[in-house]
Ligand binder design. Structure first.
Ligand code: SAM
Length: 272
């Protein structure tokens, strides 16, 4: 294993568990993430959780410019200091969940990157989804188990709300697995890097986000139940059938397009 040590000299504070701090130290995996991002001139890179700069500095060196969103105040000064000799680093000292990506994009599109704090990975993914129209792509490292859920299809034990919601709006491409030894301190589980590419608006079949989110939440809220029972507060059997689905099927058997068809049907009924 190799170490990307040089940039850590100015960061003496211990990792904070409550902020999900597991710093990537393996130069080989850092390089693979930078290659996956592969910044092009004009790209607007935004890193979530730069930490001690493991990914930040190599990206900054390659691209010259980067915006980073970091919540830990103890990291802001050392990051700012270390970046000075490398490139233009803009640091937003905020909780990423309070950052308005649409406003940050200012009419353009952002490329998000991050070794995410694992305790916040689902909220960050749903937050990004809310701003998908302003995002070109995302290269994220998450727990491997979460990446498996994001990419799962019907019939898989880990197919559920997260996968359906993301796949309705994005292509989800798992890239590679990263073992615990690549981090300091090491997490307890394997990690994985995934690319998410929001679909062009014309390819998004969901007509009403609220209905879609309600249907998916209800269907997987009680995943062992039939659709008829799990969705009883949202719609009736006739509507499930009208959307081309079997009321006695379970959520884990339904393709993403099936949930979209049902949500669109309900949205059109409610708007009449
Ligand atoms: N990118 C660094 C690396 O790969 O070594 C650090 C990754 S560490 C897993 C997650 C980072 O996210 C930490 O720097 C942590 O302080 C930051 N973080 C945690 N919660 C955050 C939040 N709500 N908003 C912004 N950053 C946050």
């Amino acid at each position: 294993m190799t170490s990307a040590s040089g940039s850590h000299a100015r960061f003496s504070a211990p990792a904070k568990k409550n902020l999900g701090q597991h710093f990537l130290t393996d130069a080989g995996y850092i390089e693979r993430i930078v290659m996956a991002v592969n910044p092009k001139p004009g790209d607007r890179l935004v890193e979530i959780g730069p930490g001690q700069g493991a990914i930040t500095f190599p990206l900054l060196k390659k691209h010259g410019k980067l915006t980073a969103i970091e919540f830990d105040r103890d990291l802001i000064e050392p990051l700012t200091h270390a970046a000075q000799a490398i490139g233009a680093l803009q640091i937003i000292h905020r909780d990423v969940l309070s950052v308005d990506f649409t406003a940050l994009a200012d009419g353009g599109k952002l490329r998000l990157v991050g070794n995410l704090p694992y305790n916040l990975s689902s909220p960050i993914l749903f937050h990004a989804l809310d701003h998908a129209a302003s995002i070109e792509d995302m290269v994220f490292m998450l727990q491997k188990e979460v990446v498996d859920r994001m990419a799962a299809g019907p019939g898989s034990k880990v197919y559920g709300r997260l996968g359906v919601m993301l796949q309705a709006y994005c292509t989800v491409t798992p890239l590679f697995v990263v073992p615990p030894e690549a981090f300091r301190p090491p997490p307890k589980v394997d990690s994985a890097v995934v690319r998410l590419q929001p679909l062009p608006p014309a390819e998004i079949a969901v007509r009403d986000h609220r209905h879609f989110a309600n249907v998916v939440r209800a269907a997987f809220g009680q995943r062992r139940k039939t659709l008829r029972n799990a969705l009883s507060t949202v719609c009736d059997s006739a509507q499930i059938e009208a959307a081309g689905l079997r009321p006695d099927a379970r959520a884990e058997q339904i393709e993403v397009v099936g949930f979209i068809a049902l949500a669109n049907l309900l949205a059109s009924t409610h708007s009449e």
